[in-house]
Write a protein that binds this ligand. Structure first.
Ligand SMILES: NC(=O)c1ccc[n+]([C@@H]2O[C@H](COP(=O)([O-])OP(=O)(O)OC[C@H]3O[C@@H](n4cnc5c(N)ncnc54)[C@H](O)[C@@H]3O)[C@@H](O)[C@H]2O)c1
Length: 378
């Protein structure tokens, strides 16, 4: 017997499609609502109707844009659980396409929540995709304990001094970022994600619908859009390497990030949706380990058998933070979840998939040119 009927918005995308696999395995019925954005799907292998071939046939498919009148409301028919993942996901792109990003990442939330609050429906649990980007800089340890520093000042970045320091100049050491860290979003995408998280949590609480926002760190794995230069760094680097080009690395490449495999991200969503906890809260979803961007470039080159080192640009991309990696203890404490995929094993899965997929078009240089033209690199 079905456990319920989940509507996955953005379900044709990278994370959503993996979530659908796991929900079907757990005996949920699934519908996917997706507008199949060309930037995400143009280079993917698709069927005659334009859906990516990796999408499980058992999921009911609704092609539509949440922003269009009545689309979300009619997709809600029979739905008991909502997983909201649809979004525009490029941090850098959000700094130039500001109207589009606010519309697609915040107005969508407004439309969905107003529908849930005014129209009849059976939704009894919600999970939404939030992002580590809402933290801005991660947490650091200084002489007075854990601190949440502001973004590095422009003059410091212009002088190519990348690391953070205390007011008296002593170095700050990055430490795992927990959910209670001050939110200091540094891009329009991050502001959007913070707003949409808070909108869902506040309306979810008011309507008595348990709601969880999952703050995803850097997700990677099969089905990632390899030709979309505005998203995941691992996919962008792979795309460059496969085209025999060096990965383009901002600053000096020593920035630390947290890479979490998409299976672990999908498992977090599926577990939260499958639970009966009365909860209105946010959780980090990361690997709990940090790795530098330069190390990622080296691992990928090795796994792809390419003798190509990264090109260190020595430039700062406006909106980028220096270090951020997750404290994942809250998700473990409340939902018993710990990541299962190690970094090399996970990257192996991504590369395996890439070797079977269509060769990606490398658009990283064009994207860099756009940023430089908009004075968004210093
Ligand atoms: N990938 C990551 O590392 C990461 C990190 C943090 C947060 N997130 C969040 O996770 C979610 C999923 O990300 P992803 O990497 O799978 O992205 P993706 O681009 O692969 O998938 C997003 C999907 O949403 C669809 N979509 C976008 N706007 C829509 C709209 N208005 N109506 C209907 N469909 C729409 C797109 O066509 C696409 O299929 C997003 O909300 C993103 O902000 C992702």
């Amino acid at each position: 017997m079905s456990k319920g009927h989940v509507l996955v918005t953005g379900g044709a995308g990278f994370i959503g499609s993996h979530l659908i696999d796991q929900l079907l395995e757990r005996d949920f019925e699934v519908s996917v609502l997706d507008c199949l954005k060309p930037q995400v799907h143009a280079d993917a292998e698709v069927d005659a109707d334009g859906w990516p071939v990796y999408l499980d046939r058992r999921a009911r498919r609704i092609r539509g844009d949440i922003l269009d009148d009545g689309v979300f409301e009619s997709a809600l028919t029979g739905v008991t659980h909502l997983a909201h993942l649809a979004a525009s996901v490029g941090v850098g792109q959000s700094m130039t396409n500001i109207v589009d990003y606010c519309r697609n990442n915040v107005m969508t939330a407004a439309i969905m929540l107003e529908t849930l609050s005014r129209r009849p429906h059976k939704v009894q649990r919600i999970a939404v995709a939030s992002s580590m980007s809402i933290y801005g800089e991660g947490a650091y340890s200084g002489r007075c304990g854990t601190v949440a520093p502001a973004l590095r000042p422009h003059e410091q970045l212009a002088a190519h001094e990348w690391e953070l320091a205390d007011e008296d100049g002593s170095p700050l050491v990055p430490v795992p970022t927990a959910e209670d860290k001050l939110l200091q979003p540094a891009s329009i995408y991050a502001v959007n994600k913070r707003d949409h998280e808070e909108m869902f949590l506040s309306v979810g609480r008011a309507l008595g619908i348990p709601t969880v926002a999952l703050r995803l760190f850097n997700a990677y794995g099969s089905r990632q859009a390899l030709s979309n230069p505005y998203t995941g760094v691992a996919a962008i680097f792979i795309s460059r390497l496969l085209n025999d080009q060096p990965p383009l690395v901002f600053e000096d490449g020593s920035q630390r990030r947290d890479f979490v495999h998409v299976h672990d991200v999908a498992r977090a969503f599926a577990t939260v949706l499958d639970s009966d906890m009365s909860v209105w809260d946010y959780y980090n979803v990361g690997s709990g380990r940090s790795i530098t961007v330069r190390e990622i470039a080296a691992v990928l080159a090795r796994l792809l058998h390419k003798n190509i080192g990264p090109e260190i640009l020595g430039q700062h991309r406006v909106g980028d933070i220096r270090h951020c990696f997750a404290d994942i203890s809250k998700l473990e404490r409340d939902f018993g979840l710990t990541p299962r995929r190690g970094f090399e094993e996970g990257m192996g899965e991504l590369i395996e998939w890439v070797s079977r997929a269509r060769r990606p078009v490398d658009r990283a240089q064009t994207c860099l040119g756009e940023l430089q033209g908009s004075r968004l690199v210093v």
